[in-house]
Design a protein around this ligand. Structure first.
Ligand code: AMP
Length: 541
């Protein structure tokens, strides 16, 4: 027997209409390139998105067409987050930090019809155009009078939407139609596209706002430092619209001092970004204290948050940290590490151990750990294997790619490529990426665990560990580390002794080399591909 409830399409315009109806006066603030703050409301965003939608149709954009963006986090970018999907088109966010070649590949692969480019990024984008066989139509955000634009046919954003109508009626959208496209940053391998649907993003939005997840509420002021080109800013703009929260978009001003100022000036309650951002902010706040007491949740994901940094934020700055794990392919939220009732009795030190884990799967994400022999591992806190997931906001196949067994199992699960274990109470601990595990003398070594241990030393700000070939043991761990400017220098031998006190002897890297900085991917993660290449080229002696 079928249920008898309405077949109500879960589409993006429902979320936008909800924000406009319920929270029209709630603010959206953007730090502009000249550091002044642009402010308007969800009602303003609603009417401008309608103008933009009708102008997009005027440009000939049809359902299913890809509309590219090449921009910082700002209100115009946000208008595209709604206007493109709400006319059935696909908002395709381009990662501004990729190389011109990678971007040209992605734009050609996605066949973007039009791309909205931040004028401040024009020089970077011109290098991309040189590699395209056919240049899409270009629309420019933040055009200043007098700026020289050499692109044929480029138009200014304000001029475009001035010709649109704010009484535009949304067409009826199919909840299974595509609404957003993000290529993964390629920590390993070629970029691959995750194509979100209205339904998947709607359900992800409800998932994010579960109180056991990120739980945004009407009184929040949310600052996504995570770029809008990284998995739709982790879905936070849609979650804010659904909750009626205010948004603060930092524009191009991502340096720690600027972020500290924005948090203090805007009264940010929830800020979200990768650990590198929060390491920088912590150091900036130590040197130049600011009032960050408004922050009720510092959300960190995209890479493991070192335990020492969680402890430092919570004890020294009184800022609660919410560690989360996810992937572009998961829209992106998968797990959240919040303390549960049974953790209350734990001493503080153990609580930070819990928070340093990746957390429990939120309702809507099924998770299992599968060992090397293909068997599901028990949730016993020690059995390790590949993390596999399934759920309504988990990728079913990559855009324009046949599903391969490297990514999808025959019984319908997505293979994350992350390796980890589950505790009996359902907390995921990621120990590595499949490719980052080190196998030495037949035994596994976790590079992530070594990195975290090194970064817990006060004299080390960052560390990366890779596997290097070894004639006797097949592989050995090799570490690079960045010395903290605020502590007495530490010797490699002292760090090796520290590791030896915590891990089996064979885990200790034979060499730890100090470097000025560690190569990062475009979204701020350790770029092990580059480190491996530098190692092979003899950069570390
Ligand atoms: P991306 O799709 O660029 O967001 O990358 C997703 C990958 O980042 C995951 O598969 C993990 O390898 C890594 N990652 C994300 N969040 C965490 C976390 N909290 N701890 C450890 N690794 C993480």
């Amino acid at each position: 027997m079928q249920g008898l409830m309405m077949d109500y399409p879960l589409t993006m315009e429902r979320i936008l209409e909800h924000a406009n109806r319920l929270y029209p006066r709630k603010r959206i603030s953007t730090v502009l390139p000249d550091e002044t703050v642009h402010r308007y409301t969800w009602a303003d965003l609603h009417s401008r998105s309608k103008r933009l939608a009708s102008a997009l149709e005027g440009l000939g954009i049809e359902p299913g067409d890809r509309v590219g963006t090449f921009a910082w986090n700002n209100y115009q970018h946000l208008e595209l987050y709604f206007a493109a999907p709400c006319i059935g088109a696909v908002c395709h966010t381009l990662n501004i930090r990729l190389s011109p070649d990678q971007l040209a590949y992605i734009i050609s692969h996605a066949e973007d019809r039009v791309i909205f480019v931040d004028a401040t990024l024009l020089p970077r984008f011109e290098a991309v155009i040189a590699g395209l066989s056919r240049c899409p139509r270009i629309v420019l955000f933040n055009v200043k009078p007098g700026i020289r634009i050499d692109l044929p046919d480029a138009i200014g954003y304000e001029a475009l939407i001035a010709g649109g109508s704010d009484s535009f009626e949304w067409p009826a959208n199919d909840e299974n139609a595509a609404m957003g496209l993000c290529y993964t940053s390629g920590t390993t391998g070629e970029p691959r596209g995750a194509l979100y649907s209205h339904r998947s993003m709607f359900l992800h939005t409800l998932g994010v706002n579960q109180s056991n997840a990120l739980g945004l509420v009407e009184s929040d002021v949310v600052m996504p430092v995570v770029p809008q080109f990284h998995a739709m800013a982790w879905g936070l703009p849609y979650a804010c619209a659904a909750a009626g929260a205010e948004l603060v978009l930092p524009g191009p001003h991502l340096n720690p001092a600027a972020l500290a100022r924005t948090i203090a000036d805007e009264g940010v309650t929830v800020a979200a970004g990768v650990p590198t951002i929060w390491t920088g902010l912590y150091e900036a706040l130590k040197v130049n204290p600011r009032d960050v007491s408004s922050v009720r949740a510092l959300i960190v994901g995209g890479a493991a948050m070192p335990r020492g940094l969680i402890e430092a934020y919570e004890t020294e700055l009184d800022v609660p940290v919410v560690h989360a794990w996810g992937m572009t392919e998961l829209s992106p939220l998968g797990t959240v590490s919040r303390l549960q009732r049974h953790h209350r009795a734990l001493p503080d030190a153990d609580r930070w151990d819990v928070k340093a884990r990746q957390g429990y799967p939120i309702c809507g994400v099924d998770m299992r750990i599968v060992d090397d022999s293909g068997n599901e591992a028990p949730w016993d806190g020690s059995s390790m294997g590949e993390v596999q997931v399934r759920g309504p906001w988990v990728i079913g196949r990559y855009y324009r790619q046949d599903p391969s067994p490297d990514h999808f199992t025959a019984d319908g699960w997505f293979r994350t490529g992350d390796v980890g274990s589950m505790s009996p109470d359902g907390f995921l601990t990621i120990t590595d990426r499949t490719r980052d595990l080190i196998k030495s003398g037949g035994e596994w070594i976790s590079s992530v665990a070594l990195e975290n241990a090194l970064m817990d030393h006060p004299a080390v700000t960052e560390a990366a560990v890779i596997a290097v070939p070894d004639a006797k043991w097949t592989e050995r761990p090799f570490a690079i580390a960045v010395r903290s400017p605020n502590a007495d220098p530490v010797a490699a031998e002292a760090l090796q002794a520290l590791l030896a006190s915590a891990y089996p002897k064979y885990w200790v890297p034979d060499r730890i080399v100090f470097v000025e900085q560690i190569p990062k991917t475009s979204v701020g993660k350790l770029d092990k591909k580059v480190i491996r290449r530098q190692y092979t080229e003899g950069k570390f002696g």
